[in-house]
Ligand binder design. Structure first.
Ligand code: GLU
Length: 432
């Protein structure tokens, strides 16, 4: 699939390689790499997916994630906004009264974000950034010294942004120190494959699917994706969302990351840029992928039934005393739509004539996650069932105690049935 896409997009040679940083002008415009990393850590790639280039602006969301982990959302929002600026990456997009930059994906906001990374831990600010981005990528990233020097020599506009913010009181540490860390973070070398792993880590709630390392908390991964969705593609962010619909970030060296939450991460690389500073081939490839595989974030996902089976068992103490246990075996993550399916299944079977005493066993062994909203719906159902005289037993090997209204929670459906059997005598008359 990626090979075909590569072949399809490769002939497009339009766009210009960035030249405002002299070292970037040396990029080979023919390079074109694509990579996709799934949440089980499998990598699919095509073309120049192993060629190194400097990460540039794609460092911004990952440093933002680091700042969020250290300071929390409110702490970060005090210093950087979350509104798309609609301006170019190096725009002087500062609030006239507070000096706060519009968002962390443009240079001003990114410099303010870099300043938020705590340097007071005996560790240098840049080293913290480098090690976090390395954890996202699953390998040690290093600085391209030539690009770093070139950035530093030509970075007066970024310094100017820093001084404006410091003058307005929105940047605390010395400007030179912060922009130096920023130039270095932009000069970290990555490949399209690295970018795909970094994106997959965001898609996987902050857990790197290749190394198994927990890089940032789930909430932070979510917040980072949210800002990428609204501000990640320079002044093309709105149209990108409309045409592709994935949280993404591009950089002036021709890289692009896109996150398909819960599914995979994508990394693309092709140096020629369009007039907005986004890689021409990466944008076209993103659009084709999204259209062909319905990747749009707002695309309706269909709920699959979580009900694997609903069986009725006779249980007894072996001395003639009998009861009925209905075992509802669920599978997969349970969210709102899935919980509704469980509710209607139980409702349908409620009318069945069964011998009493009776139990409803809910087997959660194959349910990795119950979304809180769905959990409340199932809790209400359990209370409802209990109100009709049937006792509810939860079988959960993970012993999560998700449903305190159940009579008991046992580690397996087998033990739950045995438990019901032992009690088939001691329960009162059948409900009418
Ligand atoms: N180092 C670049 C700059 O600040 C990053 C720009 C970008 O990739 O958008 O000028």
């Amino acid at each position: 699939m990626l090979g075909l896409l590569h072949g399809l997009v490769r002939p497009d040679t339009s766009g210009e390689v960035a030249t405002y940083i002299p070292e970037l002008a040396r990029a080979d415009p023919d390079h074109f790499g694509l990579a996709l990393v799934s949440l089980v850590g499998r990598c699919y790639d095509a073309g120049d997916a192993g060629v190194e280039f400097t990460i540039q602006s794609i460092s911004k969301p990952f440093v933002f994630a680091l700042a969020l982990s250290e300071r929390g959302l409110e702490g970060v929002l005090e210093r950087v906004g979350a509104e798309p600026s609609g301006d170019a990456f190096n725009a002087i997009s500062l609030d006239p009264t507070t000096g706060r930059p519009s968002n962390p994906m443009i240079n001003a906001g990114a410099i303010a974000t870099t300043a938020l990374v705590d340097a007071g831990r005996g560790e240098d600010r840049f080293e913290r950034i480098r090690s976090t981005l390395s954890a996202f990528a699953g390998r040690e990233l290093t600085v391209d010294e030539a690009v770093y020097r070139s950035e530093k020599e030509t970075g007066d506009r970024n310094r100017a942004l820093g001084y404006l913010m410091r003058n307005a009181g929105s940047l605390e540490p010395p400007v030179e120190e912060v922009v130096d860390a920023y130039f270095r973070q932009c000069s970290l070398r990555v490949t399209a494959r690295d970018l795909a792993v970094m994106a997959a880590t965001l898609a996987n709630e902050g857990l790197n699917p290749v190394t198994g390392e927990n890089v940032v908390p789930p909430r932070v991964a979510e917040q980072t994706c949210a800002v990428m969705a609204s501000c990640g593609m320079y002044d093309y962010a709105g149209e990108w969302m409309l045409r592709v619909g994935l949280p993404a970030k591009s950089g002036v060296s021709g890289g692009l990351v896109a996150v398909c939450p819960g599914q995979f991460g994508i990394g693309l690389f092709s140096p020629p840029l369009d007039s907005r500073g986004n890689s021409v081939r990466a944008v076209v490839a993103g659009q084709i992928l999204s259209e062909r595989y319905s990747l749009q974030l707002v695309h309706r996902r269909r709920a699959t039934s979580p009900v694997l089976s609903f069986d009725t068992h006779q249980v007894g103490d072996g001395a003639g005393s009998q009861g009925t246990a209905q075992v509802l075996t669920l599978q997969g993550d349970i969210e709102f739509a899935a919980a509704e399916i469980v509710l209607s299944t139980v409702e349908e079977l409620r009318g069945e004539v069964i011998s009493a005493p009776s139990w409803l066993v809910i087997d959660l062994a194959r349910v990795p996650f119950v979304q809180p909203f769905a959990g409340e719906m199932l809790s209400a159902m359990i209370r409802d069932v209990a109100g009709t005289g049937r006792r509810v037993v939860v079988a959960d090997p993970m012993q999560r105690e998700l449903f305190p209204d159940a009579a008991v929670e046992l580690p397996s459906a087998y033990l739950a049935l045995a438990w019901c059997g032992e009690r088939s005598q001691s329960v009162g008359p059948p409900p009418l």
